[in-house]
Design a binder for this molecule. Structure first.
Ligand SMILES: [Zn+2]
Length: 430
């Protein structure tokens, strides 16, 4: 059965440019598998006559927009948001590893997975590329909940067989056996996807990284998900551990871990040869600005990425990141875009920030045309935004003279209160 939603409508064209209808209509219908997809979208005046049979829900004063895509987040770190530390390495040792060791317990994994998905959806995030922990139970808990909620979600068991304390360190051979078993169990089941997930090069042996690379070649449509060049102490450590590699990033390339659908968080301390390698291998960056500011890691070079031309999108990196809200992440990206800015103008345009957290992030994940947009064919994951959610938002969005001003008012002032409802593409029986 066709359904239609009438409200303002935000979409993006094939180049990532915004399309906006003040009086829009989004028409969704089940595909062959019963999955709700966008059938038609545009101005109400143009689209409505084509679908006289659709049942219309009218949301006056609201904006329909694609569900947000978070390119890098750690579900087991939900409880350690806002943990104070000197920097990345002490933060891992004092907060992260103790918190993650609890995910050996399936009941704890399940409990946190529910909190995590509730929080994502309250914030309008409908897909995330997600770290679990080294415990297979954490992956099962995540996928079971995501499957029940019919979400498009990606995660994987963390690989870390050295330089990690008891409780999170895994065994080289067993970790690869577990990874392959989890791929076979979950990858491409409903809307779930598996990511081969070495924590970062310093916590994996050569043998584990080599095994991960072999799995990445054998299961070519899985994701690869890790961290690189986040913090100067971490970069120095990686260089000491892998002296033969030209750079920290090159370590991953040497083990076959750079390819399409490989995503590395941070990528801050890069040179142009690293950026060229990202581009040549079609590897993407998950830019995590609240995390980078919080941990004092540094500033992602947006101009450098654009100059070389490789894929990136935005990410919260909770719990190093400080908020589940895409609005907080977009605003932090705007601040970071100021650092080292050489071109005149306003840092990053509001519509580009928004695209980098929806359609652009989907493209960087290899999911363009599937999620992150509301063009025909996309899965119908979307948010209903109330631009009058707070008195100041109502005032400020009411004063907006154009789309950029409207989007920027929401980016600067917005939080989860803007997200009135998150609609997930359901697979309907029959
Ligand atoms: Zn991270």
């Amino acid at each position: 059965m066709k359904r239609a939603y009438r409200a303002a409508l935000l979409r993006f064209d094939d180049h990532g440019r915004p399309l906006y209808e003040e009086d829009g209509l989004l028409v969704v219908a089940p595909d062959d598998q019963g999955r709700q997809r966008v059938l038609d979208a545009g101005s109400h005046a143009a689209v409505a006559p084509r679908h006289p049979d659709a049942a219309v829900t009218h949301w006056p004063g609201r904006i329909l927009a694609p569900g947000f895509v978070d390119m890098h987040i750690h579900f087991p770190q939900t409880d350690i948001v806002g943990a104070p530390a000197d920097g990345l390495l002490p933060w891992l040792e004092n907060y992260t590893f103790p918190a993650e060791s609890r995910f050996a317990d399936p009941a704890h994994s399940r409990e946190v997975a529910e909190v995590f998905f509730d929080e994502l959806l309250r914030n309008g995030v409908t897909t995330s590329l997600t770290f679990a922990t080294s415990h297979p139970a954490s992956v099962d808990a995540f996928f079971e909940s995501a499957q029940r909620r019919q979400l498009r979600m990606i995660t994987g068991k963390v690989l870390q067989d050295r330089h990690s304390p008891d409780g999170v360190r895994d065994d080289t051979e067993q970790s690869l056996v577990d990874t392959e078993a989890l791929i076979r169990k979950w990858h491409k089941v409903d809307r779930l996807g598996y990511a081969i997930t070495p924590r970062f090069a310093p916590t994996s042996t050569d043998a584990q990284l080599r095994g991960a690379g072999e799995l990445a070649a054998r299961y070519a449509d899985t994701w690869v998900h890790s961290h690189v060049a986040e913090n100067k102490d971490e970069v120095k450590w990686a260089r000491e551990l892998f002296p033969q590699a030209r750079s920290y990033l090159e370590v991953y390339n040497g083990f076959g871990l750079m390819r399409e659908r490989a995503v590395y968080a941070h990528c801050i301390h890069f040179d142009d040869a690293d950026r060229q390698l990202m581009r040549a291998t079609r590897t993407a960056t998950a830019v995590s600005p609240t995390s980078n500011l919080f941990l004092g890691s540094g500033f992602f070079d947006f101009e450098g990425a654009d100059r070389i031309g490789y894929a990136y999108g935005l990410a919260s990196d909770v719990g190093g990141g400080t908020s589940f809200s895409p609005f907080a992440t977009m605003l932090a990206a705007y601040y970071v875009g100021r650092e080292g800015q050489t071109k005149p103008g306003i840092s990053i345009a509001p519509s580009e920030l928004w695209w980098r957290h929806t359609g652009g992030a989907a493209e960087a994940l290899g999911l363009a045309g599937t999620i992150g947009n509301l063009q025909p064919g996309c899965e119908a994951d979307f948010v209903v935004i109330n631009p009058q959610a707070t008195p100041l938002l109502a005032r400020k969005t009411g004063l907006a003279q154009n789309l950029e001003e409207l989007l920027f008012a929401m980016i600067v002032l917005g939080d989860d209160r803007l997200i009135e409802r998150t609609v997930i593409s359901q697979a309907l029986p029959g």
